[in-house]
Design a protein around this ligand. Structure first.
Ligand code: DOR
Ligand code: ZN
Length: 322
């Protein structure tokens, strides 16, 4: 429920890797320039559909949040899954994002009226470890002021965010694969690992434990959203490393490994797919993915992109798809 496919050659390389294993994904709109009008969104969707090859896969398209008129939203409504709000400058390609939440409340009200979900990258510009925690008051404010607006807290990384989920009926969340596994120690506790650098930054062990516990029990308001965010190696292994992990090819095998380790495989379907279908009331194309315990050797590179777990052997592999 949270995926970056990029454009051009990168899109052509990474799209089949998700389209193979998943029946659909929410496609993030933080391109340059952003996907903030219907014509661009439709062109982008067509490009993704061309890049996915023969795989059965529904790109669930998102508009980049700005102040929209009612006429724009009415025209867009049937073509979009939701609208993604980035605070200006919070992450990759978010310069065109929102500077003041108060200044865009008219658009929130229209989205609430028209039943358009709002997805938010919830970070302030404060100290890097506190940015999500500091944003939680804004989530609470929006959830209260717009009770019929369906809000997703994207890629939550803290125990506090998990706790907030239960406070407001209209508040949901996604969590990535990597935030269930890594902490800041893995990023910067030893030799710096640029391939684990992302936004929001991985947090403390107790945060990871809270996220993992919620995922393993398939908390009904939590959805899997990989936030797989490929960057070329030249943008990762350099001074000024871009934020993002490329996890798409290893998501399902790693999730199966993780849920098996914790005797929670019975909750995996709900976490990966069922919760999102219920929360957003949609049905993706039918697809059955079979994994077997026969080992997946993760390539060192997919073209010029280094995947999460490069060079490792994951016990589980996808062996058939129908
Ligand atoms: O690590 C991240 N990478 N976090 C985001 O919010 C954006 C993403 C990207 O687009 O590279
Ligand atoms: Zn993202």
């Amino acid at each position: 429920m949270h995926l970056h496919l990029r454009e051009g050659a990168m899109m052509e390389r990474v799209t089949p890797l998700t389209a193979e294993h998943f029946a659909g994904a929410i496609i993030m709109p933080n391109l340059v320039p952003p996907v903030d009008n219907l014509a661009r969104l439709q062109t982008y969707r067509d490009e993704i559909n061309a890049a996915k090859g023969a795989h059965v896969f529904d790109p669930l398209m998102m508009l980049f949040f700005r102040n929209y008129t009612k006429a724009e939203l009415l025209a867009a409504r049937e073509h979009i899954f939701g609208i993604k709000l980035y605070p200006a400058g919070a992450t990759t390609n978010s310069e065109a994002g929102v500077k003041e939440l108060d200044a865009v409340e008219d658009t929130f009200a229209l989205m609430e009226e028209l039943g358009i979900p709002l997805m938010i990258h919830g970070e302030t510009h404060g100290f890097v470890m506190d940015r999500e925690k500091e944003f939680l008051a804004s989530y609470a404010h929006l959830a209260e002021k717009f009770p019929k607006l369906k809000i997703t807290m994207e890629h939550i990384t803290t125990r506090d965010a998990v706790e907030l989920l239960d406070q407001y009926e209209n508040l949901h969340a996604t969590v990535t694969l990597h935030h269930l596994i890594i902490t800041l120690d893995d990023v910067a506790g030893g030799l710096l690992n640029p391939h684990l650098f992302c936004k929001p930054i991985a947090k403390r062990p107790e945060d990871r434990e809270a996220l993992l516990a919620a995922a393993l029990q398939a908390h009904p308001k939590l959805m899997f959203g990989s936030d797989s965010a490929p960057h070329p190696i030249s943008k990762k292994e350099c001074c000024g490393c871009a934020a993002g992990l490329f996890t798409a090819p290893v998501c399902l095998p790693t999730l199966v490994e993780l849920f098996e380790q914790h005797d929670a495989l019975h909750n995996l379907q709900a976490f990966v797919s069922g919760n999102a279908q219920r929360i957003h009331n949609f049905t993706p194309p039918a697809k059955t993915v079979k994994l077997e315990k026969r080992g997946m050797l993760v390539p060192e590179r997919y073209g010029d992109v280094v995947p999460y777990r490069a060079g490792e052997t994951i016990p589980w592999a996808v062996t058939s798809i129908s």
